[in-house]
Design a protein around this ligand. Structure first.
Ligand SMILES: NC(=O)c1ccc[n+]([C@@H]2O[C@H](COP(=O)([O-])OP(=O)(O)OC[C@H]3O[C@@H](n4cnc5c(N)ncnc54)[C@H](OP(=O)(O)O)[C@@H]3O)[C@@H](O)[C@H]2O)c1
Length: 237
């Protein structure tokens, strides 16, 4: 028996990067895993084939699509909302439609996913959302909309932890710092700048973030709720 045997886990935004590591981590730990993707069908198909997880195409910017995917999955023991987009740049010239889509994926999506999952989640369930250390700290220009979206998750987690605590359902935010993925490659042009504000001057790994998610979803974390958990190399220190 593995730690998550007989548990049903759904990961929103699981085709690549941190989400894919979370899918693999839960699958390795014995869970029945479903994950959503939007555009990366080849990556999603490959991950499903290698892990046994079920891939579901669903746009996390679309509330109806999120709700339909959760209803189709049935009661979830663990919901992980990882989908996120980064739109950076001068707020005076940035495309407002891109900002609105960021708000849809990064704020509206996790709220509606968490509430819908909680309707049928058994007592003791787990809701986890991948935020960012930028929810606490924004040391560079051009990140206002992204940081706003990740700070919003903090209020959501505190509130939903109170709403669902009587059922033993925990609600937590995992806040990575720079993590080596397509969104933020360890060899990317801004890597050195990011490392300059970190205590440990290197990108983290998606697998490291996934390990923290699995801990918070596991049996020893039942008393951890309404909290933010940074894994950021001291970016926020
Ligand atoms: N990498 C970092 O340094 C870092 C730091 C702090 C926080 N984070 C957060 O960690 C999370 C994952 O980031 P990452 O670095 O792994 O990003 P990534 O490499 O860009 O991967 C993003 C994942 O989210 C999915 N996604 C995006 N928009 C979606 C949508 N509308 N519907 C469904 N799925 C969608 C993508 O699926 P498709 O490709 O199929 O669209 C993909 O699987 C995000 O919330 C991000 O803000 C990342």
């Amino acid at each position: 028996m593995s730690e998550f045997t007989s548990k049903k886990v759904m990961v929103f935004g699981g085709s690549r990067g941190i989400g894919a590591a979370i899918v693999s981590g839960f699958a390795d730990a014995g869970a029945a895993v479903l994950f959503t993707y939007a555009g990366s069908k080849p990556a999603a198909d490959a991950l499903a084939a290698s892990t046994g997880a079920v891939a579901v195409q669903s746009d996390a910017a679309d509330r109806a699509s999120i709700i339909a995917a959760i209803r189709a999955a049935g009661p979830l023991d663990v919901l992980v909302y990882n989908a996120g987009v980064l739109v950076g740049g001068d707020p005076l010239t940035i495309d407002p439609d891109a900002v609105d889509r960021l708000i849809d994926v990064n704020i509206r999506g996790p709220y509606h996913a968490a509430v819908e999952a909680a309707r049928t989640m058994p007592d003791g369930g787990r809701i986890l959302v991948i935020g960012s250390v930028n929810g606490d700290r924004t040391p560079f220009p051009g990140l206002a909309a992204y940081s706003m979206s990740k700070s919003a998750l903090q209020g959501m987690a505190r509130g939903l932890a109170r709403d669902f605590g009587s059922r033993g359902i925990t609600v937590n935010i995992v806040q990575p710092g720079p993590t080596d993925t397509d969104m933020n490659p360890a060899e990317g042009p801004d890597a050195e700048l990011m490392h300059s504000v970190m205590a440990i001057k290197r990108h983290g790994t998606a697998e490291g973030v996934a390990k923290l998610v699995l801990y918070l979803a596991g049996p020893h974390a039942g008393g951890i709720t309404g909290a933010m958990h940074s894994i950021d190399g001291g970016f926020g220190a």
